[in-house]
Design a binder for this molecule. Sequence first.
Ligand code: CP
Ligand code: NVA
Length: 311
Amino acid sequence: MKKDLLTLRDLSADDCEALFRRSFELKKRHAAAISDQTLQGKTLGLIFDKPSTRTRVSFEAAMVQLGGVPLFMNAQDTQLIRNEPIADTARVLSRYMDGLVVRTYSQDLLEELGAASSIPIINGLTDLYHPCQVLSDLMTILEIRKNLEGVKIVWVGDGNNVCHSWLNAAAILPLNLVIACPEGYQPDEAILEAAVKDSQGSVVVLSDPREAVRDADVIYTDVWASMGHESEHALRKNVFKPYQVSQGLVALAKQDVVVMHCLPAHRGEEIAADVLEGTNSIVWDQAENKMHMHKAILERFISGGFFVKGD
Ligand code: CP
Ligand code: NVA
């Protein structure tokens, strides 16, 4: 029976644990130039309806390095834009490939694809969620802190798709999550409520970013206007000004706080250039880890298991 990764709520704490373990192992093996051909003979489709650098390339590189073949499709070049039903597309692609990473606007469309396909569908970002991003971000935090318990993670900015996946993560893992958003830009109420209800640690929403980052171990930010909201950019720039992750804000957190950003970043907007390039920033390691985590995800969802060290 195939399994999809449409939101982090599709995973248990044990699934996450296994993904973390395997991604660390794969990272070590990559550094030692050990090649794992665990997905030999497999084909991964990628259908993207929004731009991407990291997610697309890290999934493609992951697939190639594991001996499989990635096949990228711009959604605009497919019959989807001429209204071929999603279910038909899903059924046909299921006959050609072993898995599909999809980046699109609507989470419903992804659900429809998942329901109609016989291959695993992996969410490569929708308007609502970005689960693979948060899995690799958690790996990056674990690399530094070794444990998630007691780590104060503060989201500063828009209550957007990445923020929603953080909330989902807090419902399955023992996170101490604080979210600071301006009025009117808080996360989706139902997603927040579910996270608070199922929280394995604590979930708090505040409006004051200065109060939120006090004693933070991790400060995380993202663009103020996500893909699809570009027309609101000017308005949002005004609203979000007090939420910039500046040196002043970072100084209120723990001295060894790490600053994270899923990228692409807008220097001088959600993050000051000197913070992004500064000693607290771990954004480049964070970006690298997407590839290692994506390998673990592909092994798990395409092969249905992890391969133990072979040699
Ligand atoms: N972080 C992230 O998803 O980046 P891309 O939009 O470049 O894929
Ligand atoms: N929230 C951002 C994430 C980009 C990786 C967006 O959706 O544009």
